[in-house]
Design a protein around this ligand. Structure first.
Ligand code: WTA
Length: 662
């Protein structure tokens, strides 16, 4: 843990409270407060309630197998198929004409898939994948923007038992290659391009460059033609296939859903950690889907009759759990939007909500801060009265932004659920149940029923109400990651070691550490204070400072670099890079530009440094450790803490002057 011994400063939160309306409570999926006790008294069997939301081909023998912590297993012995649960059963149960996906492109074109349409296309693409040689347990990489073919490909993979690894479309070619190499993935589904702020973007060029960096052979690539006449005229190579041609070839084919063990891998999702190497978080079939479905039902209050919209990108975990798997397990209508919220104008999202009469809207605080900055006149141009519930995820939301969202989007009528969770947790962990609990802006809320989250000090003792500490999760849950792909050791090191007795076989001795700081109040409401490791949160995207540093050090002429997160009005945090150049290297704007490009090439534009500061030295402790805390304080223009333990205190002032001058 970075600066593990520094006391976290608890942020001041106004303790204002809001109650859900009687009207909301009366219709809520979960509205009996006894649910908390029921889960507590009946743990872990309480999770059968989640498993019962799914159709199983074979019943499970045991809810939880905790004989080998932290390698917990859920619903062991059970067999099911995720694509059957998200598609077929709705077709069979009389909902075949219900809209599954309502998609809108950036230019306003729309596509509508009923569950029947989805069933047809998922089957045809599953047949195509098989024909290309994809076998059960082969990892298929999906490198795509927000187009309907992405969820279709995910469901087709799930149908044939091939785990997918979705790589966010905004990531660079290098990032794609790293992930394909790490997952030994020999299959890729991608597209020619997509639209951003009105212009076509070449995606296949990036994908091809990434493929060049894959160490093992690639058996086949499927390319969706998204741009049509706006395309960049790439010819497909020998093992590259056009999506539409494949579907034509397999028109009308049906593929039986493969029975998967509850504990079989459903997907990998790479995320940033404390080292330069992204971690392949492994999620499984039964526990993950049950958890995504249950939280979609209980927290997002989704019913199949709803039109539900999560504005995240499917390239992140939020899109996996709450655009695709949770909502589709419930058979609802899920909205997908390809583009940016300010194209052609800053009312685009409100226009979509009005047009489709969206009932439930789930977004990120960084977006809400941008909406707030743009002003309430944009939502005011639209009728948002269809909305029933609002949600946020990804980073702490300050009470001001919360209240703006509640008032200007929800018309003070819709409960707001502030949902804390992670790629690793698979689904929501800490938030209010909207039909039961009051809301406190800025505080995520209590742990969900069945979840045991605590705030502890460095020795693992619970802290008193009002005090800051570290968040821990003290019991397993069905949606949890099972391990890091091919790396059980790192799994233990990253998430368990800090607070567990790693030699023990008693589950009570195992504590999951999400690496977030938090505080708790007298009502058990948890306020998340942010990451305590070397991960920063830019616009709700997790980035490892080490990953960015190694990209910068890879630029010719750079000797050393330190990256920290500085506060940013809209993005939450922004990347600040402090760079030492090699002797004789000019420290000019050209060099700055090369550094920025280096980061964009290695990771993607989301990691682009906000500021590059050249310095002859970095502030270091006598033992040679970079004092990141100081670099953060400088980035934030804050008063500097203690500098006396530094080996080179004089450097701090000179860096500070430079940042102020920028
Ligand atoms: C942060 C996104 C405060 C937190 C689902 C966590 C939050 C990291 C919240 C996970 C929230 C997520 N309030 N902080 N409601 N939700 N976070 O893996 O630091 O992309 O550890 O998963 O985002 O980010 P990830």
């Amino acid at each position: 843990m970075a600066d593990g011994d520094t006391e976290l400063e608890a942020r001041l939160v106004e303790q204002e409270e809001f109650e859900p309306s009687e009207e909301f409570v009366a219709q809520a999926n979960v509205s009996d407060p006894a649910v908390y006790e029921e889960f507590e008294e009946n743990w872990p069997d309480c999770w059968e309630r989640a498993a019962e939301m799914l159709d199983w081909d074979e019943d499970y023998d045991e809810v939880l197998d905790d004989s080998n912590p932290p390698f917990y297993e859920w619903f062991t012995g059970g067999k099911l198929n995720v694509s059957y649960n998200c598609v077929d059963r709705h077709v069979e149960n009389g909902d075949k004409n219900r809209v599954a996906i309502k998609w809108e492109g950036e230019h306003g074109e729309t596509r509508t898939y009923t569950y029947q349409d989805l069933y047809r296309e998922v089957n045809e693409f599953a047949a195509a994948l098989r024909d290309l040689g994809v076998e059960e347990d082969d990892v298929v990489t999906l490198y795509m923007p927000m187009i309907p073919e992405l969820p279709i490909a995910m469901l087709a993979c799930a149908r044939i038992g091939a785990p997918h690894s979705v790589v966010f479309g905004g990531f660079s070619a290098d990032a794609l290659a790293t992930r394909m190499n790490s997952a030994d993935s020999r299959f890729l589904v991608t597209c020619d391009g997509y639209y951003r702020r009105g212009d076509p973007l070449d995606h296949l060029d990036k994908a091809n460059e990434g493929l060049d960096g894959v160490d093992h052979g690639v058996d086949a690539t499927v390319v969706v033609d998204r741009l049509g006449d706006d395309g960049f005229g790439h010819d497909l190579k020998g093992n590259q296939h056009d999506w539409d041609d494949l579907l034509d070839e397999h028109a009308g084919e049906r593929v039986d859903p493969v029975q998967r063990d509850a504990e079989d891998m459903l997907f990998l999702m790479y995320t940033s950690g404390t080292t330069g190497q992204p971690k392949g978080v492994k999620h499984t079939t039964g526990g993950y889907l049950a958890y995504a479905a249950w939280t979609s039902h209980a927290v997002l209050d989704i019913e199949k009759e709803d039109t539900y919209w999560c504005s995240a990108d499917i390239g992140w975990i939020t899109g996996h759990s709450y655009i695709v798997y949770g909502p589709m397990a419930l058979g609802t209508t899920t909205v997908m939007y390809e583009g940016t919220p300010d194209f052609p104008d800053r009312d685009r999202l409100w226009d979509i909500i009005e047009k489709y009469a969206v009932d439930i809207f789930y977004t990120a605080p960084t977006a809400i801060r941008a909406f707030m900055k743009w002003g309430s006149k944009f939502p005011e141009q639209h009728d948002l009265s269809s909305l029933r519930l609002l949600g946020t995820v990804g980073e702490p939301i300050n009470p001001r932004a919360w209240k703006w969202y509640y008032k200007h989007i929800g018309n003070e009528d819709c409960p707001v659920v502030d949902t804390w969770w992670q790629t690793e947790t698979g689904g929501m962990m800490i938030t209010t149940l909207p039909g039961i609990k009051k809301m406190k802006p800025g505080s995520a809320g209590p742990p969900l029923p069945g979840i045991d989250a605590q705030i502890v000090d460095t020795s693992g003792e619970r802290v008193d109400a009002g005090r800051a500490g570290y968040l821990t999760v003290n019991r397993p849950w069905p949606g949890m990651l099972r391990t890091l792909y091919n790396n059980d050791e790192r799994f233990i090191q990253e998430y368990w070691q800090e607070y567990s007795d790693v030699d023990s076989n008693d589950p009570d001795d195992w504590v999951y550490f999400p690496e977030d700081g938090a505080k708790i109040d007298a009502d058990d409401y948890i306020t998340i204070l942010g990451r305590v490791d070397d991960v920063i949160n830019v616009s709700g995207h997790r980035l490892g400072t080490m990953e960015i540093e190694s990209a910068i050090v890879g630029v010719e002429g750079v000797a050393e670099a330190a990256v920290v997160g500085g506060n940013h009005e809209v993005k939450g945090e922004a990347v600040y890079a402090y760079v030492i150049t090699e002797e004789g290297q000019e420290e000019d704007d050209q060099m700055r530009q090369r550094i920025i490009e280096g980061v964009e090439d290695a990771i993607g534009p989301i990691a682009r440094p906000e500021m590059v500061v050249f310095t002859p030295e970095l502030p270091k402790t006598r033992s040679g450790k970079i004092m990141r805390r100081l670099l953060e304080e400088i980035a934030n223009g804050e008063e500097l803490g203690d500098t006396t333990t530094l080996r080179n205190p004089e450097i701090v002032e000179s860096i500070q002057r430079q940042v102020e001058d920028e």
